[in-house]
Design a binder for this molecule. Structure first.
Ligand SMILES: C[S@@+](CC[C@H](N)C(=O)[O-])C[C@H]1O[C@@H](n2cnc3c(N)ncnc32)[C@H](O)[C@@H]1O
Length: 460
């Protein structure tokens, strides 16, 4: 990043949610499945979370007596379509008596045409031709669907993208975070005034040609005193704020909260609810954890951690009678009748991992994948793309290519994929040979200890 003195504003200071949604619309609008070059999710390659959701859906749906009519599942914010593909494939495979799958219709909703184009091309999803549909729609404007027509709604990692305001409490006063985007004019690769215009107009056709510019934006922050009396459900917010500590920025995920209200209208009376997954602060204790992060930037996209405590309060005020919250690792583990961690969490426990050059960490990851593959058997065939990063010396580049090319097609599908304690224990000798120590990775299976964790919420 160039020094701040060389940076020029792309616009004025605005409340955080305004610039956040502005830049995210551009980010998703100019990239297809290429978003996963910037971040992976627990569903973008892995199937285990999707399978847990499909099994839950199947078990609840088969209990209903009048199943012989089309039932609509909606997914909001669909990425590369892998969640939909894995969900439908698993549903089909466990529904041996054809009670649920034949009547299921899966609607993939996303505001980005590029994303939907990519999802329609997903090979796992393509096996379910005729069962799924794609609709370009903004999760903020779901009014075009009739009320009480949907059986189940699912979303993974969309809440953190949706409009979020940030509050900071100082005794009896509240302050709201404002953002301003700044950039080095020499880095935009065109006349600066022209770029400002394209950026402010969200001109996707032109900005598509310069995706490398978004990550160069520097976000300046300031706080302004605010009165929340005219914010939606002000009484729920005020009660929440009263429980917060001073001086810790707290995300108020207004977009996510609004999805709860929309889902409630769309779900039919005997519907199976809204299940949303994301990462953020599980409860008040994590919210009030001083110095915890509250936003993230990936390749230009601006995300906010989710305030799950507030989502729960909000859902109850919206009229949901059942609000459940569970750590995602525990949820997935429960379905495997085991405990799980993610591959990347395992690799991070290696004593040398923090100090390794990045290409050596890639080699360690690949060798760890090879070790786990001795115990792991995926029901799907997939080829993991693992290109060496820029700057990797030749010898390591060659080793990365060889290790990546020889990975088993039915092995661990991703570097963030879930692996079970049983699988890890089965290859503990191989892991020890790579320098891992059991005493460092075993405690991870007990569950999250950090203030930010992955959480599943169920609303009915
Ligand atoms: C972080 S990605 C997650 C993708 C996928 N669910 C996964 O977990 O891999 C967020 C997704 O939500 C979509 N999205 C973001 N904001 C949206 C909005 N306001 N309306 C509809 N889709 C949106 C993006 O296009 C993208 O597909």
């Amino acid at each position: 990043m160039n020094s701040q003195a060389q940076l020029l504003p792309l616009g004025d200071f605005k409340p955080a949610d305004e610039w956040q949604t502005h830049v995210n619309e551009i980010f998703y609008g100019i990239q297809g499945p290429g978003i996963h070059n910037h971040f992976q999710t627990y569903v973008s390659q892995d199937h285990r979370l999707a399978h847990a959701l499909a099994k839950d859906y199947f078990e609840q749906a088969r209990k209903r007596t009048n199943n012989a009519q089309p039932r609509f599942i909606m997914e909001w914010g669909v990425g590369n379509g892998n969640l939909a593909g894995s969900f439908l494939s698993h549903l089909q495979s466990i529904d041996t008596e054809g009670q649920v799958y034949p009547h299921t219709r899966y609607i993939l909703c996303d505001f980005s045409m590029e994303i939907l184009k990519g999802a329609r091309d997903n090979s796992r999803l393509k096996n379910h031709a005729g069962k799924f549909f794609t609709i370009q729609i903004d999760a903020n404007y779901m009014d075009c669907f009739r009320d009480q027509t949907v059986d189940k709604i699912i979303s993974n990692e969309i809440w953190d993208d949706l409009a979020t305001k940030v509050l900071l409490k100082q005794d009896d006063s509240l302050f709201e975070e404002y953002l301003q985007p700044l950039i080095d004019p020499d880095a935009v690769g065109m006349n600066f005034d022209k770029f400002i215009k394209l950026f402010n107009e969200k001109n996707l056709d032109s900005l598509k040609h310069c995706p490398q510019v978004l990550p160069l934006i520097f976000w300046e922050r300031t706080y302004q005193r605010v009165d929340i009396d005219d914010w939606p459900r002000a009484e729920v917010l005020q009660a929440h704020v009263d429980r917060l500590e001073n001086e810790t920025p707290v995300p108020i995920n207004l977009g996510a909260l609004a999805t709860l209200e929309r889902a409630r209208k769309l779900l039919s009376d005997d519907g199976l609810g809204y299940t949303g997954m994301d990462y953020g602060m599980h409860s008040l204790q994590e919210l009030n954890f001083s110095g915890r992060p509250y936003f993230n930037l990936y390749g230009g996209q601006y995300t906010f951690m989710v305030n799950f405590e507030l989502l729960g309060d909000w859902a109850r005020a919206t009229g949901y009678s059942s609000v459940e919250k569970e750590y995602q690792h525990r949820y997935v583990g429960k379905h495997l009748q085991d405990r799980v961690i993610s591959m990347v969490e395992l690799v991070q426990t290696h004593r040398d991992a923090p100090d390794m050059p990045p290409w050596d960490r890639d080699i360690l990851m690949l060798k760890t994948l090879h070790a786990l593959n001795k115990a792991y058997q995926s029901p799907y065939e997939s080829r993991m793309e693992y290109p060496a990063m820029q700057g990797t010396p030749n010898a390591q580049r060659q080793q990365i290519t060889e290790l990546a090319n020889s990975l088993s097609a039915n092995g661990v599908p991703d570097t963030v994929a879930y692996v079970s304690e049983k699988e890890v224990n089965q290859v503990s000798a191989d892991l020890a040979g790579l320098g891992y120590e059991e005493r460092h990775y075993t405690p991870l299976f007990q569950g999250p200890v950090e203030p930010i964790s992955f959480v599943v919420m169920n609303f009915r």
